[in-house]
Design a protein around this ligand. Structure first.
Ligand code: IMP
Length: 427
């Protein structure tokens, strides 16, 4: 295995940051290929906690090439703040490459994101308000600005003037404040100068790396259930966080992708709006939320919490080509008397094993559960599968049975060391 895609197999926040950081120690290249700073990847090692948003998780290792590929939308100002924040904490030696075809996010995208949420009222998506949707919309509408143009003084001036002319009309129609070209240009041309040294053709770089046998890790952001195409539309993000999207979003051949590791929590969480069949309320939800520190990395919102949903996991496996699972936050479940796993849904009396395409149907499904006895033991110091209490082993085996996937890794705490690999990646 020379390339590995890590995807979130639920609604994001599955612990991809930790898995990627763990696997990145053995990788030569780490790639972010979609999304932007709507992601929040928390990484803990040596007593230090880092929350990455748009920068790949290999940034802590000076030997790793970190790639921000063409499928990303990058906010120049906030990305530089993120980078300066890392530098201020001693991360000064790093290798970073930004695709000249990645799109940039500007302040008017954030303003539009917020405004559309307000217009949607009760039907708001619950976005991170980072301007992600409007930036991808501009890309599709062919009025986006790409990194390669952004970092060239002559093209930036011309393009920004042209684009702002259109965007200001849109803002005006919506009753929103407009942006002054000179102010925006003066501020953003400074960021452009600083970013220029990182910008290159990352598709070319990746092909060279893969062909010479480098170990390349593709770090997914968000989760399959938030996929623009296959997720619970419209309560989704504006890119595709699936394994299938990686070749397009990184500019590489599909044949390079053979292994997809789906990261899932031992339970389910969701931030933002939208149906959530296994959602819990009350004491058990609070117990899991507090033990799992289930508050958004980007927005600090308390996350919605529920039982593990194997219908959603199976769906993610199918549409994303997942062939390994990483089970995260397993330790959080200690102390729960009876655990439930959803294996099917009841939709108006019919038993279904997949996700309905409409919100109308999906919000009506009733989860069907199997019940398993829980365990009281603290498992945060466990170092092997054999060390686990019998009921915890049975919980893992049941997930494997229901998802027809092998749990290749499980995690019993936030630190790098609290990771148990059952199958070796990047040998
Ligand atoms: P957006 O990506 O900011 O447009 O938000 C769209 C939906 O995706 C909202 O429900 C967000 O809460 C969710 N979302 C976006 N990024 C993440 C993430 O990294 N983790 C979890 N949810 C996310």
């Amino acid at each position: 295995m020379k390339t590995l895609v890590v995807v979130g197999s639920q609604w994001g926040d599955e612990g991809k940051g930790k898995v990627t950081d763990y696997l990145a120690q053995k990788a030569d290249v780490v790639v972010r290929s979609q999304g932007g700073n709507n992601a929040g990847h928390t990484i803990l090692f040596g007593g230090n906690k880092f929350a990455l948003r748009s920068i790949p998780s290999g940034i802590f290792n000076p030997n790793i090439k970190n790639v921000m590929a063409n499928g990303m939308v990058i906010h120049p100002k906030q990305m530089l703040e993120e980078l300066h924040g890392l530098e201020a904490r001693g991360i000064r030696e790093y290798q970073l490459f930004i695709s000249n075809r990645a799109h940039i996010v500007l302040p008017y995208h954030e303003a539009l994101d917020g405004a559309f949420e307000t217009f949607k009222g009760d039907h708001k998506i619950g976005t991170t308000k980072r301007g992600i949707g409007p930036a991808y919309a501009d890309k599709a509408n062919r009025i986006g600005i790409r990194m390669g143009d952004f970092v060239e003084e002559h093209t930036l001036k011309e393009l920004l003037k042209e684009t702002l002319n259109i965007k200001n009309r849109e803002l005006q129609m919506l009753g929103l404040p407009q942006y002054d070209f000179h102010e925006l240009y003066t501020e953003y041309s400074v960021y452009a100068k600083e970013l220029k040294k990182f910008v290159c053709d990352t598709s070319l770089l990746l092909e060279e790396e893969i062909e010479k046998g480098s170990k390349v890790l593709f770090e997914g952001a968000q989760g399959v259930m938030l996929c623009l195409d296959h997720g619970t539309y419209p309560y989704v993000t504006s890119s595709s966080p699936t394994g299938a999207s990686v070749p397009l979003n990184a500019g590489i051949a599909p044949r390079y992708i053979t292994d997809v590791l789906g990261v899932c929590k031992a339970y389910t969480t969701r931030v933002g709006e939208g149906p959530f069949p296994t959602e819990l309320n009350g004491d058990l939800a609070n117990y899991i939320r507090e033990r799992g520190h289930e508050y958004g990395t980007v927005t600090q919102r308390p996350r919605r919490v529920g039982y593990l949903d194997c219908v959603a996991l199976n769906y993610a496996r199918r549409v994303s080509g997942i062939n390994h699972l990483a089970l995260m936050l397993f330790d959080v479940l200690s102390g729960i008397k009876t655990l439930k796993i959803c294996y099917a849904y009841d939709l108006d009396g019919e038993i279904i094993y997949t996700i309905p395409s409409t919100t109308y149907d999906y919000s009506r499904v009733k989860p069907l559960y199997i019940e398993l006895p829980g365990w009281d033991e603290d498992i945060t110091s466990v170092t092997s599968f054999e060390d686990l209490p019998e009921n915890a082993k049975a919980y893992i085996r049941k997930i494997e049975e229901l998802t027809k996937s092998k749990v290749s890794l499980f995690s019993v705490g936030p630190d790098r060391t609290q990771t148990i690999e059952l199958e070796e990646f990047f040998k």
